[in-house]
Design a protein around this ligand. Structure first.
Ligand SMILES: Nc1ncnc2c1ncn2[C@@H]1O[C@H](COP(=O)(O)OP(=O)(O)O)[C@@H](O)[C@H]1O
Ligand SMILES: Cc1cn([C@H]2C[C@H](O)[C@@H](COP(=O)(O)OP(=O)(O)O)O2)c(=O)[nH]c1=O
Length: 219
């Protein structure tokens, strides 16, 4: 069950590396601020001092798939408790650069790690007490999914920045990650807004802001 506080709004941004999501989060933040909302901007892995330390390990150190999945969820647990739940309780719009859909796409589909184990970890980390007003699984109400063929993403990233551990993976890995996002979107179509990220920066921004207007623009 998707759950948020009555007024807090949890939105995530996803896609393969180089799809362009980071280029548009600030525009969404500005849109919500212009509509009178307080915005918390954060990211995964990361978002707290502890989770940022784990991010450094995750993005640069080789490790087996189980260690990678456990560290992702350890970072997420701290982030949920220290940042996400408090922001939603305040009624903020919480914009998160990646969340658990990335774990299913990268560790599950990309690495081939057991999806059932990921679902179990997701329950442990994101389940909210039944007796609380936010009972159910904490997850984004909406995920902006920047969908782009891996070959185009690789061309955009070439020379743009020093690749980390994930960005150094070859194209077949990103094909699997992309298929993971497509599968997640097919399973929960109401939670995903697919953005055609192959268009120009300006056209992609228009798609994203049009979606904001359609969903949250009405008084
Ligand atoms: N629509 C686009 N067209 C062309 N280049 C883009 C577009 N969107 C982003 N880029 C460029 O591609 C690179 C990756 O974008 P970025 O937003 O960092 O992706 P992500 O956060 O999804 O990894 C950057 O150099 C960015 O300027
Ligand atoms: C949140 C998350 C990220 N990742 C990976 C995807 C990205 O390659 C990397 C960091 O994400 P991101 O912050 O999007 O990288 P950048 O800012 O360099 O574009 O972590 C996972 O593999 N699993 C996860 O659960």
């Amino acid at each position: 069950m998707t759950q948020s506080t009555p007024s807090g709004l949890f939105i995530s941004f996803e896609g393969i590396d180089g799809a362009g999501k980071s280029s548009h989060i600030a525009a969404v933040a500005d849109w919500f601020r212009a509509h009178g909302r307080h915005v918390t901007l954060t990211r995964e892995p990361g978002g707290t001092p502890l989770a940022e330390k784990l991010r450094e390990l995750l993005l640069h150190d080789a490790m087996d798939p189980l260690s990678e999945a456990l560290l992702m969820f350890a970072a997420r647990r701290d982030h949920v408790l220290q940042v996400i739940q408090p922001a939603l309780a305040r009624g903020d719009v919480l914009l998160c650069d990646r969340f658990t859909d990335a774990t299913f796409a990268y560790q599950g589909y990309g690495r081939g790690f057991d999806l059932q184990v990921l679902r179990q970890l997701e329950q442990w980390v994101q389940q909210q007490p039944e007796q609380s007003s936010q009972a159910g699984l904490l997850e984004p109400e909406l995920c902006f999914w920047f969908d782009l063929p891996p070959a185009i993403a690789a061309a955009r990233l070439a020379g743009a920045r020093q690749p980390d551990k994930f960005e150094s993976e070859a194209e077949p890995f990103f094909q699997r990650v992309a298929s993971g996002y497509a599968a997640r979107a097919a399973q929960s179509p109401q939670r995903f807004a697919r953005i055609d990220a192959s268009q120009s920066l300006e056209q992609v921004r228009e798609q994203v802001l049009r979606h904001c207007e359609q969903v949250w623009g009405q008084p």
